[in-house]
Design a protein around this ligand. Structure first.
Ligand code: ZN
Length: 716
């Protein structure tokens, strides 16, 4: 008991040290300005607006400034156009405007003040409306086209900038007759507005479900003791819209009725609002694709990506669905057996509300991994420090906490990243750790300032933020992460590094501005780290007695469990990919959409039975932003597994600095300034292959003949 208190205090104390003594003990960003100047680089702490009016003004000013710059591009002498006066000018003004929008997006997702969040939301709508309109500036297009028509001899990033700018004009409809072009412009504006509504409806969706203690049998006491959970003598209010609450109950509640009740509420979140909104979005997307000469929104969306066409994305996913069928069936059969024993119905079927519970049961019985019990090994601060140590080592970086002049929440932390050898400052990241009312409800990295070579030749180093939702510390315990939180942290922090170490000359190619079916690959690769005993042993230790590491057999069992669950995991991913592609597939213009009628049968067919009346897709946030793009997760997984082999074959494994530096230099630094296929193969030192991916899923060599061709073959 005593040692437990001591450790608790020491953890809390070290957290206080890191976050509470800014002014006195921490360096400031100014301490790094000289080093930045030496590297011809600029570091910037964002200047945050403090009032709703200032939020509004920030976006309005950014738009006015960008419009003035667009006017300059548009009114120039078409006989004197240059790279600089056309596409570089566009990159510059787009970059500046985005910085304002990025800031406002972070305010929308993280500010404590509801009025600030509302102002940010409204300002973002204004911005998105405007952002759509810039592609339709005829005068600007004429200038760029005039330059393209000179057939300039360009190479590398410059050539890519011109050809992709022209491609985007074509995609925006500039090659269309005026009437049709005007229509597409209006359709896209309407779509952007609906997208913001879709997102807001998700954030605002609430799903409180009251259970008695008996109904929550099996759910850990720790969970029930969380602040806000107990709301009456025998009443516990679980929020279906709070991911960790939903997942904990679904994984642990013995009662199928409880699981199903919570699942029905969860999978009906935003039903009343977003079913209509999404149907309208689908109709608009289809119309836009047809006007632009594409057969579907799938085709339109995949064109600039590694997949290139909707058919290829669909074929890829369909093949994987078939490829893992035996593995999926075997896993579901095992769950069914357990369910039949529980319910005494021999023909009981596993529903969408059951799989988390039975997977957890199987893991506990067969692999005896108690996920909740594992939390003691992952006190938040130790996990952060451990991850920092690993990433600093393999990528040749140094992270130092610095004072944040402005904090949108008291425990906000700010860090400076520099090159460990040269000392060159590379960028900044914020950490916003805990959940609160109105905050982004998941875990993600947001770019605030992107990388870019500025007009004076100096390089603007990036600033990003991580918005996390770790369990808050309680009276007698520090914040204890789940293993899945740790995995998400390693993933999201990978995005932060991808942004920060960038060397992309142009804003549109810098950092994570890469094709969306590639952007997840490096981060998905980094998830492998937290399944490795050597890696975990560097930081995971029982907070009550740090001499206790996670036993080897537990980690082995976790890995066995992961492989054992791969069929269900990937079939669920493929179901999401399939329903997304199906919603955005060919559709007669004018025919009504019913997003739920399209998607529920696919969930049933590819994954598991759903309860009639539920509307999974209305709360599926990916459908604004990852639309016709969810397949990219599986696509990127294939690349991630392939890239991981470089570390796995290296001398130091996941600690291998040479492999890490190669990732930094060949993948992170170039971003999209060259074809990502080239970057991937430079990192691999060979052609791409899907062998590692299939092996990881547990597909045997004899199954492999039937397995799909991977993105490497298809993208060439
Ligand atoms: Zn990600």
């Amino acid at each position: 008991m005593k040692s437990s208190y001591l450790s608790t205090f020491s953890v809390l104390f070290s957290l206080a040290l890191l976050s509470g003594l800014d002014a006195a003990d921490l360096k400031s960003v100014d301490d790094f300005r000289a080093a930045a100047a030496k590297a011809n680089a600029v570091l910037t702490i964002p200047d945050w607006p403090q009032t709703p009016e200032a939020v509004d003004a920030l976006v309005k000013d950014a738009i006015a400034k960008a419009n003035a710059a667009l006017d300059e591009v548009g009114k120039q002498d078409l006989g004197k156009v240059s790279l600089k006066s056309t596409v570089i000018a566009l990159d510059d003004l787009g970059y500046d405007a985005n910085q304002a929008a990025n800031k406002v997006a972070v305010i929308k997702e993280s500010n404590k003040d509801a009025a600030m969040r509302t102002a940010a939301e409204n300002a973002l709508k204004v911005f998105q409306d405007w952002a759509v309109s810039i592609d339709y500036r005829e005068d600007v297009y004429k200038a760029v086209k005039a330059f393209a028509d000179t057939k300039p001899k360009l190479s590398g990033e410059d050539e890519k900038l011109l050809s992709e700018t022209m491609r985007d004009y074509r995609r925006a409809g500039l090659a269309l007759p005026p009437e049709k072009k005007k229509e597409v412009e209006q359709l896209r504006k309407d779509l952007a507005k609906l997208g913001t509504d879709f997102d807001s409806n998700i954030v605002n969706a609430k799903g409180p479900v009251v259970f008695s203690k008996a109904e929550l049998e099996g759910v850990p006491e720790d969970f029930l003791a969380q602040p806000g959970l107990k709301t009456g003598d025998d009443a516990y209010t679980v929020l279906a819209n709070v991911t960790w609450q939903f997942v904990t109950v679904e994984e642990n509640a013995k009662s199928e009725a409880t699981r199903k009740k919570l699942y029905v509420v969860h999978d009906s979140l935003a039903k009343e609002t977003n079913a209509t909104v999404l149907n309208q979005m689908l109709a608009l997307r289809n119309k836009i694709a047809l006007r632009l000469g594409y057969k579907s929104w799938d085709d339109y969306q995949t064109e600039p990506r590694m997949a290139r066409t909707g058919a290829k994305a669909k074929e890829y996913i369909d093949n994987l669905v078939t490829g893992i069928q035996p593995k999926f069936s075997a896993e579901v059969a095992e769950m069914q057996k357990m369910n039949a024993a529980d319910t005494k119905y021999p023909n009981a079927r596993i529903g969408t509300w059951d799989w988390r519970y039975y997977q957890n049961q199987i893991n506990e019985q067969k692999f005896t991994v108690d996920k909740e019990a594992l939390r003691v090994f992952f006190p938040m601060q130790k996990v952060l420090e451990g991850m920092f140590a690993i990433y600093q080592n393999i990528f040749g970086l140094k992270f130092e906490q610095v004072a944040a002049p402005y904090k949108w929440v008291d425990d906000l932390q700010l860090y400076l990243v520099s090159d460990a050898v040269s000392g060159e400052p590379l960028g900044l990241f914020y950490l916003d750790l805990f959940p609160r009312e109105g905050k982004f409800n998941h875990f993600a990295e947001f770019e605030i300032i992107g990388g870019k070579t500025l007009a004076d030749g100096k390089y603007q180093r990036p600033t990003v933020t991580l918005l996390c939702n770790f369990p808050p510390p309680s009276a007698d315990k520090p914040s204890l992460l789940s293993h899945s939180d740790v995995e998400t942290l390693f993933h999201e922090f990978g995005h932060a590094l991808h942004s920060i170490v960038t060397r992309g000359k142009y804003g549109r190619f810098a950092g994570t501005h890469v094709p969306t079916d590639f952007v997840e690959a490096p981060s998905q690769m980094l998830q492998n780290w937290v399944w490795n005993k050597k890696v975990l042993d560097t930081f995971a230790a029982d907070y009550r007695d740090p001499s206790k590491k996670i036993p080897a057999e537990i980690i082995k069992k976790m890995n066995d469990a992961k492989l054992a669950n791969a069929g269900v995991y990937y079939r669920r991913q493929f179901a999401f990919a399939s329903l997304d592609l199906a919603m955005h597939d060919q559709h007669p213009e004018g025919a009504a959409y019913d997003c739920v009628a399209i998607t529920n049968p696919i969930l049933e067919k590819v994954f598991l039975p759903v309860e009639p009346g539920t509307t999974f897709v209305t709360y599926f946030g990916h459908m604004n932003g990852y639309d016709a793009g969810y397949y990219g997760y599986a696509w990127a997984d294939a690349i991630a597994a392939d890239m991981a082999t470089v570390f796995e074959k290296a001398r130091e494994g996941y600690f291998d600095k040479q492999a890490g530096l190669r990732l930094r230099h060949e993948v992170y630094e170039p971003g999209d300034s060259r074809d990502v296929n080239v970057s991937i193969e430079k990192f691999l030192g060979r052609k791409q292959s899907v062998d590692a991916f299939l092996k990881n899923i547990g597909i045997s060599a004899s199954d492999k003949k039937k397995a799909p061709a991977g993105p490497s073959q298809e993208s060439r």
